[in-house]
Structures are given as C-alpha cells and as structure tokens.
Design a protein around this ligand. Structure first.
Ligand code: SF4
Length: 662
C-alpha cells in the first residue's frame, strides 16, 4: 500500500537505485539556480506544476523555453514548479521493479501529485517519452481515463502546433509563447481551487477551453470521409471555440528570462548561457515552420540584452554567451551589440557565439568581432538548397555569390572549416538540384584556398531530409520517400568523392531518410496516429530522436497493425508521401497560428513559379495575416542606444568565438 503523502520526497526510494544506473547525477537535482519550494507554499490553493522536457537531462536542462517557464512560475507566490526529464531505459527498468514513480529532479516528488504536467515538445520524436513518463507516474495514458486528482497534462512547444496527433494522451495544448499563458492557466486553476473545485477536472478543462487560448481535444469531435480525409473538427460544448489562438508575447524587454539560468550538474549539450535576442522571423523561408509560427519579429533592445548578459554571467559563472534567435545577425543592432559585448568583455574569459546566422547576413565586421582574440573552430551556414532554382522555390534568397562572399570572409578571418547545411527532398527537387551541392562545395574549397593561401581548408556538407510541416506553405506537399532520399544522397556522395582534387577536403554527413518519414507521420498526423504512437511505445519505443534507440521497423510494424484495425484506407504513405488538395481539412486547422490559409496556399503557388517573397521587416506588409489576426505588429529597432562599458573583474585572454549557424 502506498503510504506517501502527496508532495513527499521519493529520494529515500530512489537513492539505492542511483548507484546501479548510468550517469546518476542527472537524477539528483540541486543545480545552481534551481528552486525547491514548500509543497504548500500557497496554502490550500497552491498551484503546482511539473514541467517535463521529454528527452534526457543533458538535452533538456539547457532548453530555454523550459528554463523560462520554470523561473516565471517559481517567481510567483503560491505557485511551485519543478522539472522532470525522460529517464534512461536502465533507470526505467529499476523504477518499474522497485515501484518508484516518475519524479521531479528538484524535490524528487511524484509527477502524479502535481496539478499540471506541462510538457514542452521541440520535436515530434519526443512523443513516446511522454508515454513512459505518464505510465511511470501512474497517470492513465489516455486523457479520457483520467479522474479528479490526476494532473492536467498540457503540451506546448513547436511540436505541439499540431496537437491532434497527441489528442489521446494530452488533456490540453497551449500554442505559442508560454510566459503569459502559463500564468493565465495558473490563475484559472487557483480561482477554481478557491471556489472549492466545482465540477472537478471536467469543469476546469471547460474553463480552460473557453478562454480560446487552450486547446482541449476532448471537447472536439472529428468526423471523417470514407477515403480517410477529415470531414470536420467541431467543438462539442457551448462556448468552446472552433479555433484556438496562439499566444504572442509582444514586449520581450518586459520578460527578461531566464534571469538566473540553470547551471547543469552533468554534462549537457550546451555549456553556455543563452540570451534570446529576438523572437520570430519573417524571412519567409517556405520550409521553416519555426519562422512561420513565431511571427511577427519582436526584438529585445540592445540595452535589455546587455543587462541580461551581465546579470546572467554573474548568476552562473559561464564563460560563453550564445546570442539566440532564429537568425541572429538579423537583429537591427547586431553590429553595435557584438562590438559592445566584445569591448565590454575584452580581457576576460568570456566568449561570444551566434548560433544562428544567415549566409547573407554574415559580414566581415561581424567575423572580426566574433574572432577578436578568439578561437575560430567551427562555423555553420545553411544555404538549405543546392541549386539557385531550388533556393527560389524555398524562398531562401541566398545567391551563390552571397555564399562565396561569406565563406571568403570566414576563411579570411581565420576559420579553417566551414560547415554547410542543406536539405534533400524539397518540393520540385530533382537529382540535378542536389548534385549542385557538390559543385558548390568545390567552389567553397577553392575560395578558401585562395583567400587563406593554405591547403588545409575544409568544408563539411551536412544534409537532412526535408519534412513538410504544418502551418507552412509546404503543408500540402508530398514528402519524398525514404528510398528516394537515400538514392539521391548516394549519388551526391559519389559525385563529391569522384573529384580527387577536393574529395579529402570535403566532409559529407547525412542521415538516412527513415527518421524523416516517422517525423513526417507525427507532424502531419491526426488523432488516429495516436494508436501508432502507443503501439510503438508498448513495443519498447523510447528516445526516438536518438539514432541508437530509433527503430524504423518498429514504427512501420506498429503502423501496419494500428491502421489495419482502422476503418479507413490509411497508412504511413497516406500521411507522408501523399499530396493534399487546397480544400482538404487539415488536422491542425483547429489551431489559429494567425497565418491566413489562403495566403499560405498562394505562397505555395508562388513557390512553384519560383517567385520570391521579401522580408516584411524591411518592405511593406504582404498580408500573411498574422498581425491583424493576433493584434500584433513587428517590433524592431534600431533603438540608437549603446551598451555602457562595465568594469569587468578578471583577467585572461578574451575568447570570442565560433558556432555561426543558420
Ligand atoms: S501581417 Fe504583414 S507585417 Fe505582420 S508578419 Fe505578416 S507580412 Fe509581416
């Protein structure tokens, strides 16, 4: 019999397991800047959140979105928030054997004790890890089986913009920026508790749904046509809206989070402090879901950024600052910002990186500021498409000349290896478009050898399979099959290796097409795909984002089984390699991202004509729909302000560096 009181620490039961698992430190918590609050910090009406990042600790702990929400919630009186991550299979087996439930790393409380389990999905390949956590946590897998006292399971993050695939397992989804949304939900739960929790969890979910900003799949009925397409998604309760709006934080300076970034105990994927310098991107790359769903652009001011860097470094002791966004060199004051930070931290150990920089926005001044006294190890740019033609199709307005100019600046500033990222399987793509990548890489090497006068110049070509995503102009297109992707990439590899003058200077990295097909199934799926996710999970599917754990065969076998039992002629191809018509009801139509569906369709037609669309930051609005629909507008500088110099304590060589990526 379970004699625990809700909120009790599970650590006594957990401790003996730690010495039997790999990397036990990931389960112990207590990181610098982590928070543990009293279970009843708000008395009887305390609102308690368990926040999950559904991947291993080392990936989850530096995640900005989760870190921000953790701090925003814990800053409020009467609210407590703790973190939980996916446990590795060795720990899962022991927890099952010993009856230890899924726990938070902060105070080792059972996730089933909390009011809300909030799960932030960056990728669809994290869905099976949610099921493990629910099952270990003693929370019924299916939302319909949950009862009063079970947490409300809420999905968020970019991979929740099509929440229908997860409909069986989540109670709700919050679309868009989380800062204000989690406080709104917290306020609602607090009010419902104060009233004595009338109507139980159903009433609470109904109140959330009626706000218009929380999607509760259980209050929508989906009907289908005989051929498997969706006929209608309709609310089943009065007051529940037909479409749910995304949340947009307008003034980033008013939300300077994280103020106290977490410092991981165990090794993590990013050992640096990150400051988000702006949100959104209106470059209009047609394949890019992140750009489309985060419109419009909202910049943080240069002084706001300077303050966050200063306070964050003092709070953490990190020696590297990453200036984050979807395309960091597009900040209207990036030159002043990088110069200001380079000046301020000259003579200290503090390094600076721009993890996302476009080919056409990188210039010699930026290269110089980033390399001032520093390391010059790796630099990544993403032309995305191999030929000029395909770059017009995807609206990545980068010419070959831009690219050569950029790599010339980089090699000239001392970098030896430039990484180029491309996609394979883009709409209308032919073998010829992809083979152009080999030609481009050779020109890059030639340029590097010329400007540096050295022979040891390298270029690494890295290729990913294109997955069409919801809320983009490519949401209707047919995905390239895994076999065709592999065949095309084999031809490219042979073309690169064939030329002995360059072969050894060009590195070639690619993933096979199989994970992309599973990602495609989950991205553009509907609630019938839930049966596949569950089957894969029951067959042992875990950590699908990790190549050593991912099993394509497991997914295909599970899909065959689940779809064979359905009453419609649907299969994996139907969800992935099938082109949709304009009139088709899409599962994510229930989510209002602000983008006008007609505009997206027109943009798809423009893409077929190879017509480019400008960035509305610098040209007149081209009516994508977001600003009027969401009541938002573009927020950019320049502010004309400069960073005030600070007296920095500490000596040593400044390390301004690396990682420039688009
Ligand atoms: S509505 Fe106009 S200004 Fe706003 S993001 Fe769309 S195109 Fe840009």
């Amino acid at each position: 019999m379970d004699t625990r009181t809700p909120g009790d620490s599970l650590f006594p039961a957990l401790e003996p397991l730690l010495e039997q698992v790999s990397k036990p430190i990931q389960y112990v918590g207590g990181e610098l800047n982590s928070t543990v609050k009293d279970w009843d910090c708000g008395g009887a009406n305390t609102v308690r959140w368990a926040l999950m990042y559904p991947d291993a600790y080392e990936v989850g702990v530096p995640n900005q979105g989760s870190m921000i929400l953790y701090e925003v919630l814990n800053e409020r009186d009467g609210v407590l928030c703790e973190r939980t991550y996916a446990v590795w299979p060795d720990m899962e087996a022991l927890m099952r054997a010993e009856g230890v439930p899924q726990f938070t790393v902060d105070a080792h409380r059972a996730i089933g004790d909390f009011d809300v389990l909030g799960v932030s999905f960056s990728t669809e390949l994290g869905y099976t890890n949610l099921l493990t956590a629910l099952d270990l946590g003693g929370i019924p897998l299916h939302a319909r089986d949950r009862v009063d006292g079970d947490p409300i399971v809420i999905a968020g993050g970019h991979a929740a913009f099509n929440p229908e695939t997860l409909a069986d397992f989540i109670d709700a989804a919050i679309i868009g920026d989380g800062e204000e949304a989690v406080l709104m939900v917290t306020g609602l739960i607090n009010a419902w508790k104060r009233e004595g929790m009338p109507g139980g969890r159903r009433e609470l979910l109904l109140r959330l749904a009626k706000t218009g900003g929380v999607y509760v799949p259980g209050f929508y009925d989906v009907t289908y046509l005989a051929d498997g397409r969706i006929q209608r998604i309709a609310p089943t309760e009065p007051g529940v809206p037909w479409r749910v709006s995304k949340h947009t934080v307008m003034d980033l300076d008013a939300w300077p989070y994280p103020k106290q970034p977490l410092v991981p105990l165990a090794e993590s994927v990013h050992e640096r402090m990150s400051v988000e310098i702006f949100r959104g991107c209106t470059r209009g790359c047609r394949f890019c879901q992140a750009g489309m769903i985060t419109r419009p652009v909202r910049e943080r001011s240069i002084t706001g950024i300077g303050e966050m860097v200063e306070k964050g470094l003092a709070a953490t002791g990190f020696e590297e600052v990453g200036l984050l966004s979807l395309s960091s060199a597009d900040h209207s004051e990036i030159a002043e910002l990088t110069k200001g930070l380079a000046d301020r931290y000259e003579g200290t150990q503090t390094g600076l990186s721009l993890p996302s920089t476009r080919v056409d926005a990188f210039n010699i001044d930026l290269a110089n500021e980033l390399t001032r006294n520093g390391r010059r190890s790796g630099l990544t740019f993403a032309p995305e498409g191999g030929s000029e033609r395909i770059r017009k199709v995807i609206n990545k307005m980068v010419t070959e000349e831009d690219l050569i100019k950029t790599v010339s600046a980089a090699y000239g500033a001392g970098w030896r290896n430039v990484k180029l990222y491309f996609m394979c399987g883009l709409p209308t793509e032919t073998d010829e478009d992809v083979l152009q990548i080999a030609e481009l890489a050779k020109k890059v090497i030639e340029t590097g050898r010329q400007v540096s006068g050295r022979k040891d110049i390298r270029c690494t070509v890295s290729i990913g399979g294109f997955v069409p995503k919801p809320h983009t102009p490519f949401q209707w297109v047919a995905q390239l099959s895994a076999d065709e992707t592999d065949a095309r990439l084999t031809k490219l590899r042979d073309a690169i290796r064939a030329d002995k003058r360059f072969g050894s200077s060009i590195g070639f990295r690619y993933h096979d097409g199989k994970p992309g097909i599973v990602e495609g199934l989950l991205s553009r799926g509907d609630r019938r795909v839930g049966a596949v996710i569950e089957q894969v999970w029951r067959d042992g599917g875990r950590f699908d984002g990790w190549s050593e754990h991912f099993s394509y065969e497991k997914w295909m076998t599970a899909a065959d089984k689940a779809f064979a039992a359905s009453e419609w002629p649907i299969d994996v191809d139907w969800y992935t390699t099938r082109e949709r018509e304009e009139s088709e009801v899409l599962p994510w139509d229930v989510v209002d991202s602000g983008l006008d569906k007609e505009w997206l369709w027109q943009d798809w037609l423009d893409s077929l004509d190879e017509t480019e669309v400008d960035d509305c930051r610098w040209t007149p609005c081209f009516d994508c729909g977001v600003c009027p629909q969401m009541g938002t507008e573009i927020e950019i500088g320049p502010t004309g302000k400069v960073l005030l110099p600070l007296t920095i304590l500490g000596a040593g060589k400044a390390g301004m560096a690396e990682h420039t990526h688009a």
